[in-house]
Design a protein around this ligand. Structure first.
Ligand code: GLY
Length: 450
């Protein structure tokens, strides 16, 4: 009989993404002990973890390092961007704890927009837009001329750092004139040394996340996220209202060569990161891509699992997540270790009715239906009373994932469950529907024919 040694994992995370990661760990044949470190209790992870330790902030490293010293985990998983970008992985390594997440220098692929654009250009990787990095010595006039003359007034302005999803503004969506673009760029320069101004792409966006250990890169199923708050892709941007993935692990509006291209960009970027930083990237490289009339372009990189994307893909993982984490850390990752079932998924995020506009409903109770094998529920910004009652926080409440042979079947499963949720909550009914997907296919047909 096979014997597995006792294993302990330090899981540093919050949110529904963390709940999905915890579930993937719990399914492992290693049956590891999970020590969950968080800044607010997640009732979903609480049921899975062996110990849940609440700290004031995941950005205050000393208490986390004390927990690591006391619990002596085999390794850590650091899920959120802020502590990764600020160097928690480096600090853990200094006390002998390795992580399934990149070190600070490598995490610049997410935390510095100028680093990413410069890296992609320097290493001759396809996918960059026309772009320019401005610094504090740049004049208002130089920025205006670049927006008006070089980019014909179709532009994106990116704060050169982590800004909780609020650092990127796009002309025609958030910024209505060149003047507003210049104003926002100057505002960014007040908070960081540099700002990136770049060409705006038109097309359909998708996410391709890869498990990466240095030059070993294994991609997960592609996912499409929906950031706008309301149906028909209207309203303000959010953390993501829902996502879908297809049974063939591509997306209905993508050609095979386009998904291959996105994978190839991830492979080349992982290699470039290793060369540039002198050490391997270890963790999740999440490419935010857009397919345009002139092919696949890179919008941005993240150095972590996407939320909700993680909720779609981890329930489909047929191989052992803990083996994958260990292989990433040890540098022996290969394709045979990563198999996803040929199923489609639709994740619909339940949020407070007022989300993302106010936190007025915080503390109201919410109830969810029972979930069967063809679905999952991952808890986000929720708290739990001693009697088990669940209460809303101010942000996304829970991701409900339907799993089926087709996207349409998965959508019906997720929709039916969301409709049974009780409380002052809402969700987008259109994500993953045949009609919304048909619009994406139509848009790409139109763009490709021009
Ligand atoms: N799905 C968007 C993000 O995780 O940043």
């Amino acid at each position: 009989m096979l014997q597995f040694s006792y294993m302990k994992i330090l899981l540093i995370t919050v949110s529904a993404r963390g709940h999905a990661i915890a579930e993937a760990i719990k399914k492992s044949r290693h049956n590891p002990e999970i020590i969950h470190v968080c800044n607010s209790r997640n009732p979903g992870i609480k049921k899975i973890a062996d110990e849940q330790i609440v700290v004031d902030s995941l950005m205050d490293f000393d208490p986390i390092l004390e927990i690591a010293k006391r619990t002596k985990p085999d390794f850590a998983i650091v899920a959120p961007d802020d502590p990764i970008g600020a160097g928690l992985v480096d600090a853990l390594e200094e006390i002998g704890v390795k992580s399934m997440a990149p070190k600070k220098s490598l995490a610049r692929i997410e935390s510095s927009k100028s680093f990413t654009r410069d890296l992609v250009e320097k290493y001759g990787i396809d996918g960059n837009p026309k772009f320019k990095v401005f610094d504090k010595s740049s004049s208002e006039e130089e920025i205006r001329r670049y927006i008006e003359d070089d980019l014909d007034g179709e532009y994106v302005v990116k704060f050169d750092g982590l800004a909780g999803g609020k650092g990127v503004k796009v002309s025609g969506e958030h910024l209505m004139s060149a003047e507003e673009g210049v104003f926002f760029a100057l505002k960014c320069l007040a908070g960081a040394n540099q700002v990136v101004v770049e060409e705006k792409f038109v097309g359909s966006e998708f996410s391709l996340m890869s498990f990466v250990s240095g030059e070993q890169v294994v991609s997960m199923p592609a996912v499409q996220d929906h950031k706008r708050a309301y149906e028909g892709d209207t309203g303000p941007n959010t953390g993501g209202m829902g996502t879908y993935s297809s049974a063939d692990h591509s997306l209905p509006f993508l050609k095979q060569e386009e998904i291959d291209k996105a994978h190839s960009i991830n492979v080349q970027t992982a290699k470039a990161l290793q060369e540039e930083c002198g050490e391997p990237f270890k963790g999740i490289l999440y490419g935010g891509f857009i397919v345009t009339k002139s092919g696949v372009k890179l919008i941005e990189y993240n150095a972590r699992f996407g939320d909700p994307e993680c909720l779609n893909v981890l329930p489909l993982l047929e191989t052992d997540f803990v083996d994958i984490c260990q292989a990433i850390i040890n540098g022996d990752l290969n394709e045979d270790m990563v198999k996803f079932s040929s199923k489609a998924t639709v994740c619909l995020y339940i949020t407070p009715e007022c989300y993302p506009n106010s936190k007025d409903l915080k503390g109201k109770t919410v109830e969810f239906p029972d979930i069967e094998d063809n679905a999952r529920i991952f808890y986000g910004d929720l708290s739990e009373d001693d009697d088990g009652a669940l209460r809303l926080g101010g942000s996304r409440t829970a991701g409900i994932v339907g799993i089926g042979d087709t996207t349409s079947e998965a959508q019906k499963i997720a929709l039916d469950l969301c409709e049974q949720a009780k409380g002052p909550v809402r969700f987008r009914k259109d994500i993953g529907t045949e009609s919304l997907i048909a619009k994406r296919i139509e848009l790409m047909k139109e763009l490709r024919s021009n």
